[in-house]
Design a protein around this ligand. Structure first.
Ligand code: OAD
Length: 246
């Protein structure tokens, strides 16, 4: 592993443009549950009950109770060494892009710059009916949120978490930023099971455009065989080691 870490560190040092894609694994050491890892949320809950628009339509209160519970869990979590290394790189390297699938905002709290939150934020709400006044998302960090389901302060209708659910399109600006970030010298994918598209396709796009690609994950993923180096270990351990080598 030391050899692969050195190879990756050399590539990062020489890179002009560095892109990092993160998934739930980066926040695991902070105490945020993953979806498909050990004790992952999708091992206990069914996405079709909680993370599709039809589920919200059927039972907004149930969906909100689940999100309120997750917000409570995340509120007690702090960015870990992995988030901090990424934040430092985003600050010191002129062309570093960070794309996350996480809605926990731990990258934001670590001070990460040039960040695209591909799946939104669990701390933001938006009007379910997309009423004219409540079109934009608003931030609400109360834990617990108060009366559920939450309401749009503009029209009094239902509010929803401003996250992307299965079957929904990503926001155009976010997708564009993520796709643009694949034109890079090094593309590093960290703590994602690499199965949810379009995020999972980014590393392949980067590779096709000539980027050196690397993965950091506790386990093998569908991306492991496609990247130039796959490093197995916790992001909170590997990223600080990598940083020391730079
Ligand atoms: P997953 O839960 O699918 O995958 C988490 C990955 O992190 C797994 O491959 C684990 O092996 C790895 N992992 C766990 N702990 C780690 C650690 N300490 N260091 C490094 N890796 C670790 O999460 P995502 O890939 O982010 O989407 O899931 C993608 C999307 O599916 C999520 O954004 C969410 C989910 O359903 C929506 O809700 C739309």
């Amino acid at each position: 592993m030391d050899e692969t870490l050195t190879i990756l560190a050399d590539r990062i040092r020489a890179a002009r443009r560095l892109t990092i894609l993160t998934g739930a694994g980066i926040s695991a050491a902070s105490g945020v549950p993953t979806f498909r890892g050990q004790d992952g949320l999708w091992r206990q809950y069914r996405p079709e009950d909680l993370a599709i628009p039809e589920a919200f339509e059927r039972n907004p209160r149930l969906v909100w109770e689940w999100y309120d519970w997750r917000r409570g869990k995340i509120a007690g979590c702090r960015p870990n060494a992995g988030h901090q290394v990424i934040a430092a790189w985003s600050e010191t390297r002129p062309e570093c892009s960070v794309v996350t699938q996480n809605v926990d905002d731990l990258h934001v709290r670590a001070g990460t710059r040039n960040l695209t939150r591909l799946h939104g934020s669990i701390w933001e709400l938006t009007c379910w009916d997309r009423c004219a006044k409540g079109a934009a998302a608003w931030r609400d960090e109360r834990v617990p949120l108060g009366e559920l389901p939450a309401r749009c302060p503009q029209c009094g209708g239902l509010a929803r978490p401003a996250v992307v659910w299965f079957g929904e399109a990503l926001r155009g600006d976010d997708l564009r930023a993520a796709l643009e970030s694949t034109a890079c010298d090094v593309f590093l994918t960290v703590g994602t099971s690499a199965i949810v598209y379009p995020a999972a396709g980014l590393v392949h796009d980067a590779r096709r455009q000539g980027a050196f690609t690397a993965e950091i994950n506790l386990e093998e993923t569908p991306a492991s065989g496609a990247v130039d180096v796959a490093i197995h270990g916790g992001a909170e351990v590997i990223l600080p080691r990598l940083d020391e080598l730079l």
